[in-house]
Structure formats: structure tokens, C-alpha cells
Write a new protein. Sequence first.
Length: 118
Amino acid sequence: QVQLVESGGGLVQAGGSLRLSCAASGRTFSTYTMGWFRQAPGQARVFVANIKSSGYTYYADSVKGRFTMSRDNAKNTVYLQMNSLKPEDTAVYYCAARQDSGGTYDYWGQGTQVTVSS
């Protein structure tokens, strides 16, 4: 069982930066692929980025070059550094975990709100 708790959301002006954190419980954190997703009002939840246990990262085209995902296995925490934020980045951001071998994301956090003003 893995429990995830996001933090770091808030209100920022366009062009600004925020760093989201996701703290995970469980001894096997380092073996999981961790992901960030977001859901804007009235829209479906969509993939933002993920990081495998190896440290390999993958990003959605909409955030590539602006967002950076990282992990600190010693702290059981993943981060999402968001730069050059745009109003269209406004959403609730969710952290999720799945087995490194693939499949669905089985564990989800409660989400943290990010609002980017124009």
C-alpha cells in the first residue's frame, strides 16, 4: 500500500514558477514509477509527466521544456518544478504511483490546486 500527499500548489502569475512535492509512504517507493496528472475544471484528468525508478522521465508535449520532474528516494518524495507557467496550466495536480513494469496507476494523492493568473 502506498499513500501519497501532494503539496506546493498555489496562485502564481503567468510566467512564474511553482514546485510541487509528493510525499509517499511505503518501503518500496524506489521501485515505483511516479506520475503527475492534472485536471482542469470541466475537463478530463490528463498525463503531465512521469519518472521511472531508474530516473528516466517522460513529459506531455504541453509541458516539455517548462516542467521538470525529479525524485529523491531517500526522502520518498517526487517533485514537479514548473516554470514559465501559463493560464492554461491551471488545474488540480495529482500525484500517482504504479509498478515500474507498467499497468495502471494504482495509487493517487488528493490533489493540489495550481492557479495561474494572466
